[in-house]
Design a protein around this ligand. Structure first.
Ligand code: UD1
Length: 339
């Protein structure tokens, strides 16, 4: 079976490709390499022994997307990662985000319908919950008005898939990720942020390796035990495994509805300070950090109710916080060695 992975050279995409290959799937990646490197293909092959098929183009190009699907109408299912994902940038350039994230999905769904490809797994986010009134966040926790154009594209994409499933022959699984961190144990693939990272984990490892002078901890006066904000960090390999299970649920006719939604988290919340302590423990490096004002737009705390994913998908995140921070550090060290 051939699986299309859009954004397959990116962070979560590349880890998912490796898991798909390990289960015997043939993978074809479409990526415009706007936020990833072609070298990822060789690094995937170092792990799996197999270089995935690859086509470079931007999925907002309808002609190219149509031609692609016509040529590859033997695709069994699509996992759609390709999207812009920086919250701050989306506030500055909203149309860039709406154009890229929405048009690519529309073109993909059209290509699927035209070629009788039914199944899609979509990369969504816990950002759709905003700051929930009740924790942990369940899949039926009300979706709140998005705080950024990025978040809004995730909500609209969920709606586009749902609407399309009603009229077209499309089935979807929407995976709402909490905070993916860490890297593959081999340290051949990992997160490669372009420029200054926004997210916590790459900022920590880049500070520890000396690329950044210090980490800014955004606020220590939140209503949490140590005052820093709480998130549900999940190892990217655990997350990647869930995509293979989602594909098999769709293709194996196990879905109970035409569109299903699952939270992908560990169910545990950790504060920024707890992540820093875990990192110091697993790396043996003392981290420079300073407490700053709160970051605008940040929520106080969120973590996942994972019961539905555990029961229905038969999937559970297995790796703990120390395994996440250790693998993130090993990846940073591997990047440093390559220089
Ligand atoms: C961000 C996105 C979210 C996306 C998720 C996936 C926002 C508002 N949301 O979540 O939509 O799905 O990534 O990865 O950006 N922190 C610091 N110093 C730093 C960086 C982060 O203290 O230099 C803190 C943040 O304030 C936050 C925590 O670390 O409390 C996690 O931040 P981050 O990694 O940026 O993720 P989120 O903001 O939770």
């Amino acid at each position: 079976m051939k699986i299309l992975v859009t954004g397959g050279t990116g962070y979560i995409g590349s880890h998912t490709v490796v898991e798909l290959q390990a289960r015997g799937y043939e993978v074809i990646i479409v990526d415009d390499l706007s936020n990833s490197s072609i070298d990822v293909l060789d690094n995937i092959a170092k792990i799996s022994g197999k270089k995935p098929l690859f086509e470079k183009f931007n999925l907002t190009d309808q002609e190219k997307t149509t031609a692609f699907f016509k040529l590859h109408n033997d695709i069994t299912a699509v996992i759609h990662f390709a999207a812009f994902k920086a919250v701050g940038e989306s506030v500055e350039f909203p149309l860039m985000y709406y154009r890229n994230n929405l048009l690519s999905l529309v073109n993909i769904l059209q290509g699927m319908i035209d070629n009788n490809i039914r199944d899609i797994v979509f990369s969504s986010s816990c950002t759709v919950y905003g700051q929930p009134d009740l924790l942990p966040a369940r899949e039926d926790t009300p979706v709140q008005k998005a705080a950024s154009p990025y978040g809004n594209t995730k909500q609209i994409c969920e709606e586009i898939i749902t609407d399309t499933s009603i009229s077209g022959n499309i089935r979807g699984i929407l995976l709402r990720y909490f905070n993916p961190i860490g890297a593959h144990d081999s340290a051949f693939i990992g997160e490669l942020p372009l420029g200054i990272p926004n997210c916590l984990m790459p900022y920590i490892t880049q500070t520890a390796i000396g690329k950044r002078p210090f980490l800014r901890v955004w606020g220590d006066d939140y209503d949490t035990p140590d005052g820093t904000a709480i998130r549900d960090y999940i190892h990217v390999v655990d997350l990647a495994r869930a995509h293979v299970i989602a594909v098999e649920r769709l293709t194996g006719e196990k879905c109970k509805k035409s569109v299903e939604v699952f939270n992908l988290g560990t169910g545990n919340g950790f504060s920024v300070m707890e992540v820093i302590k875990s990192f110091e423990r697993t790396s043996g490096v003392k981290l420079n950090y300073e407490i700053m004002e709160r970051r605008p737009g940040d929520i106080v705390k969120v973590w996942a109710d994972t019961d539905f994913a555990n029961e229905e998908l038969g999937w559970k995140a297995e790796k703990n916080l120390d395994e996440m921070t250790r693998s993130a550090w090993n990846w940073e060290l591997a990047l440093e060695k390559k220089k």
